[in-house]
Write a protein that binds this ligand. Structure first.
Ligand SMILES: [Zn+2]
Length: 343
């Protein structure tokens, strides 16, 4: 059977429930590697010291897994060694399904895969898989571009300003207020069943108590509606918040992109009987865990200083948590931002 047929996206309710509970653990992958003839040949030749691509593969001493080595350049043009698990043919489809769980596009799906796994032809399989996905074809729409006004300052630290918006109703009584930090691009999403001002206000207070006080809130929401929300926040906490309705094209575009991809995730997953709250959680996890196109970093790393695991990652996932000392944080994260902003 040709590989593009095998790897076409097809998913049913039973599969999706399995995907959500199944981890691609070292044990599962090792068993599949052991059953794969091609991988066994590579392992044997490595053990005998005869493999012609010794610099490309190695066997992990602890897990026994066949690993792949590649090098890529970071923003300082330094070569970084990247070690990923070789996925046997029998698990390629599972890896693709897991990586495409929230129905994000080719780039984000491939990013998730290449951070963790390797197989020959992984990119073309990803393209085939995503472009043949029925849910993506059904629900993906081009973001509607709203009118843009004025300029907003470039944030220099977390919490300088966030933009809030409300997605929905996606299904009847399914709304998601979104809060995007414009420095880290980290998005916080709140599944709710009504959009009355006290409900939204509670979610913004929850955001502030979790992530700290904000410099400014940028809003695309109606002026009257926003005023009611802010009145609620002030009466609940005594904190007076400043907000602006001025927008810039960049800020607005970012918010619109989240809205479109979030709707696709919710519609696709709830079609397969996934709980609405959980669908929102899946989207948040994948959105914040993949490289953001505007600054080129993973929002979770900028926001929290570390990668948070995705649904199918095991505790021993092969992703290295960056060791972020204060100096490391400055050099690893803030320096490239300066570099980006000076462009
Ligand atoms: Zn899809």
């Amino acid at each position: 059977m040709p590989s593009d047929t095998i790897l076409q996206a097809s998913i049913n309710t039973q599969t999706i429930n399995t995907l959500i509970t199944q981890e691609l653990s070292d044990e599962i992958i090792l068993a599949a590697q052991d059953a794969d003839e091609d991988i066994q040949k590579i392992k044997s030749s490595l053990q005998e010291g005869k493999h012609r691509n010794k610099e490309k593969y190695f066997i992990n001493d602890n897990s026994g897994l066949l690993m792949h080595i590649s090098f890529h350049q970071n923003y300082l043009k330094e070569y970084i060694c990247h070690k990923t698990i070789v996925i046997p043919h029998s698990l390629k489809k599972t890896a693709l399904q897991q990586s495409h769980l929230p129905h994000m596009g080719i780039n984000k799906t491939y990013f998730i895969l290449k951070e963790r796994f390797f197989w020959d032809g992984m990119y073309s399989d990803t393209v085939n898989y995503v472009t043949s996905c029925i849910s993506c074809c059904q629900y993906k729409r081009k973001p509607h571009q709203k009118q843009a006004y004025g300029q907003t300052p470039i944030p220099t630290k977390l919490g300088d300003f966030i933009s809030i918006d409300i997605v929905g109703p996606v299904r009847p009584n399914n709304y998601v207020p979104t809060a995007l930090d414009h420095f880290s691009k980290h998005a916080e999403l709140f599944p709710i069943s009504n959009i009355q001002a006290p409900t939204i206000a509670r979610k913004i207070i929850q955001y502030i108590t979790t992530f700290g006080r904000l410099g400014m809130i940028l809003s695309d929401l109606g002026k009257q509606f926003t005023a009611n929300i802010f009145k609620q926040i002030t009466s609940m906490t005594g904190i007076a918040l400043h907000h602006t309705t001025r927008k810039n094209p960049k800020a607005n575009g970012q918010s619109e992109r989240i809205n479109t991809s979030l709707k696709t995730t919710i519609l696709s997953l709830t079609d397969h009987k996934v709980d609405f709250d959980f669908a929102v959680a899946v989207h948040k996890s994948y959105y914040n865990g993949t490289k953001h196109s505007s600054h080129g970093f993973i929002p979770d790393i900028v926001h929290f200083g570390r990668n948070l695991s995705l649904i199918f990652d095991t505790i021993t996932a092969p992703i290295k948590t960056p060791l972020l000392t204060e100096e490391g944080y400055t050099n690893t994260l803030l320096l490239p931002f300066k570099h980006c902003n000076n462009k």
